[in-house]
Design a protein around this ligand. Sequence first.
Ligand SMILES: N[C@@H](CCC(=O)N[C@@H](CS)C(=O)NCC(=O)O)C(=O)O
Length: 206
Amino acid sequence: MTETLILHEYAASGNCYKVRLTAALLGLPLERREYDIMKGETRTAHFLANVNANGRIPVLQAGERFIPESNAACFYLADGSWLIPEDRFERADMLRWMFWEQYNHEPNVATLRFWHGWIGEANWSELQRVQFPARKAAGEAALALMDEHLRRQDWLVGGGPTLADIALYAYTHVAEGGGFRLSDYPVVEAWLKRVEALPDYVAMSA
Ligand SMILES: N[C@@H](CCC(=O)N[C@@H](CS)C(=O)NCC(=O)O)C(=O)O
């Protein structure tokens, strides 16, 4: 890749970490620009007009072009690499898990981490209080589904690591911050260790 790669991010976000982890595993240099989402820095007129009209990070900047959505950004970095299977079925299966992550996992596991760690239970709105039990149950169901699936194979797709593992690792490994007990999912815990053992793995805090 010859163009300069810039990640517009908030470092504590798992969605942003996915992109950093993908770049690290592939040895791709990434410049980082930090925005404080708690201060609305991704909602300024400048950000909306020039970086992401959807007002959210991560956004990967490749040269002069911008790619919002974490999993799309990971795909851009990893296209043609060992993190994307050559087999057509496995490539589709990898996308299946990445779409599932955005619909079934992240809105529950990541959202509760944000509610607990950034908003604080004492400050939850009435709507958040009402939604909490359903989100907790849905997050637990997502973790249980992964635990069940990983009983049969070491990686989510095929015989080796893919972007599906990176996308799901990001918020799973910090799920305790959302009030989930990872020891309830021992197969997931073993898979987390496998991801952490990949060459050039970087921690979220790095
Ligand atoms: N589906 C998007 C989600 C992006 C997202 O929700 N980003 C959050 C941080 S993880 C954000 O920018 N929040 C700030 C805001 O909404 O103002 C992705 O995968 O990138």
